[in-house]
Structures are given as structure tokens and as C-alpha cells.
Design a protein around this ligand. Structure first.
Ligand SMILES: [Zn+2]
Length: 150
């Protein structure tokens, strides 16, 4: 479902994600969430990807950064099961541990994003192929991963 406002102002963007820090460096990343697109900064000079967003390329220090949509495919690099933690929509620590996974994206070695896995804790094994999916938190899209066949 498309967002009700396809071109939000910076203030509206901040209001959409009260639980994260939206600033000059991260606003393109979170604007992508509203469109259910995972946008990762790519350097216009050397082609290096980096995440989380920084003001300059960590590889060559160029300020020519382009928020670029990634495929969403990757492999679980690190896996944690939270038995307690902050409250979040859809997270029920009583029903079972909440999986948190760091996924290495296929675009580049060591390009990693940390979020949850919708398949549940038993599927969160290191090395498992996954793909991007979207869930909803606080009324706004939130990126997550699901397992896929290799
Ligand atoms: Zn660069």
C-alpha cells in the first residue's frame, strides 16, 4: 500500500519514525522506508557502498554519495536471540525469543544491515540465505528479512 503522502517534508519524515534518529545523513535512508525501498549510500566516485549512512565515503572521502536501492538479498552473518528488550510492535518476549540478525548484502563484502527475521528464532542460523521483506512498526514500513532458497 503506498503511503498517503508520497512526498513528505523532513518534519513529516521525522514524525513517521519517532523511534530512530532522522538527520541530514540518514533522511534518504528513511525516505526509502516509506516507499518500501532499501536505499544504501554508494559512492559516485569509487563505487564503494557503506552503511550506516555517513557524510562522506569511508573508502575515498568523496562527498558524492548516491542513495541506491539494493537487491535485498544476502546471507545471515550474525544472529542473536533477545529474551528481553525494548517493547516494539509484534515483539512478544513471553511467546519466545526475538531474533535479531545482521545480514551481509550481496552487493559488497562486509556491507551489513541489522534488523529482525520474520521466520522466527529457529530459522536464524548463520549462513542462511535471506531476502528483504517489509513489516509495519508504529504505522510505518520497517525493513526485515525472510529466508529464501539459495
Ligand atoms: Zn568513494
Amino acid at each position: 500500500m503506498p503511503p498517503s503522502n508520497p512526498d513528505p517534508t523532513d518534519a513529516e519524515l521525522v514524525d513517521s519514525f519517532p523511534y530512530v534518529q532522522v538527520d541530514h545523513d540518514t533522511k534518504h535512508f528513511y525516505r526509502g522506508w516509506l516507499e518500501r525501498r532499501l536505499l544504501v549510500n554508494r559512492c559516485g566516485d569509487c563505487g564503494h557502498w557503506h552503511h550506516p549512512p555517513k557524510p562522506v565515503c569511508p573508502q575515498c572521502l568523496s562527498g558524492s554519495l548516491e542513495p541506491t536501492e539494493v537487491s535485498g538479498r544476502g546471507v545471515i552473518h550474525l544472529s542473536m536471540l533477545l529474551h528481553q528488550g525494548p517493547r516494539a510492535p509484534g515483539v512478544d518476549y513471553v511467546a519466545g525469543p526475538h531474533p535479531v540478525v545482521t545480514v551481509e548484502l550481496e552487493e559488497q563484502a562486509a556491507l551489513r544491515i541489522t534488523t529482525t527475521l520474520v521466520d522466527g528464532p529457529e530459522a536464524a542460523a548463520i549462513g542462511t540465505p535471506v531476502e528483504l521483506t517489509w513489516i509495519e512498526r508504529h504505522g510505518s514500513p520497517f525493513p526485515a528479512f525472510r529466508t529464501r532458497g539459495s
